[in-house]
Design a protein around this ligand. Structure first.
Ligand code: F6R
Length: 259
């Protein structure tokens, strides 16, 4: 079963997950991080900035989950720009070691395969940070995505485009297509850490954690993973039937286990 950790705030989640990442890098300075974009992971990146101190990050490698197709990489809302702004620059990571799927139209047919190869060549992702969409997507694997899928081009649902319109001037400016790690790609990461905050995510979180494993709710793929940690605030945890059990389990968890 996935481990669910219910925290008082997004900031508290950030501190908890950042500590896990710091511990990972202390164990292996060449750790490979799977990086999500969107609003959800921002408290993690902020807490990481505060926690890294003099830790040597020069060996750390990163792979973003997804990118819009056809967006200019220099557009402030391209995921290349977001990862550069929120992760690479503030943490001082080596930009050459942090990849984002290539969403340019030229070569898009083989961009997915290239990305899969790069992840494999890096030895796979050690810790994958995930958010979840209101429609249950992880990465940009929209409902119906195969659990065996690898990095490929997908069409965003209208719901996802509407959700992401806040980053653009209007919903019409949100690209229609994306290139995303597949559910199969995500499931290969050694540790999944899915975060969700706010009442708008409660249904998707409950479906992902406690609902049937179904491609209709791609986030439910986490139930197939041997080491998945779900970190949610009270509002996002509101629909979880076993919330009290999750609290009890976490309160009594041996400290040596980490997240
Ligand atoms: C982003 C990603 C998406 C988001 C999801 C939630 O790289 O893969 O799955 O995590 O759309 O977005 P926010 O965090 O903005 O609510």
């Amino acid at each position: 079963m996935a481990e669910v950790v219910i925290v008082p705030s997004a900031a508290a989640a950030g501190v908890l997950v950042a500590a896990e990442i710091v511990a990972l890098i202390r164990r292996n300075r060449e750790s490979v991080l799977g990086l999500a974009t969107g609003s959800t992971p921002l408290p993690v990146y902020e807490a990481l900035r505060a926690q890294v101190g003099d830790l040597d990050l020069s060996g750390v490698r990163g792979f973003a989950l997804d990118e819009y197709v056809g967006i200019d990489p220099s557009h402030p809302e391209s995921y290349r720009s977001v990862i550069t702004r929120e992760v690479v620059e503030p943490l001082g990571l080596n930009p050459a070691q942090v990849r984002v799927p290539d969403g340019s139209l030229a070569g898009i047919e083989h961009a997915g395969e290239d990305y899969e190869r790069a992840i494999r060549d890096a030895g796979g992702v050690d810790l994958q940070i995930l958010g979840i969409g209101t429609d249950g997507h992880i990465g940009f694997n929209e409902p119906g995505s195969s659990f065996a899928s690898l990095t490929r081009v997908k069409t965003l649902t209208q719901q996802t485009r509407a959700d992401n319109a806040r980053f653009f001037d209007s919903v019409d400016d949100v690209p229609m297509h994306c290139i995303t790690q597949g559910l199969g790609t995500i499931l290969r990461a050694r540790h999944l850490v899915l975060l969700a905050f706010g009442a708008g995510k409660a249904a998707a979180v409950a479906g992902a954690v406690e609902g049937p494993v179904t491609a209709s709710l791609p986030g439910s793929a986490i139930q197939l993973h041997p080491h998945a940690t779900i970190v949610v605030d009270e509002a996002a945890a509101a629909d979880l039937r076993l919330a009290d059990y999750y609290r009890y389990t976490f309160d009594n968890k041996p400290a040596w286990q980490g997240l």
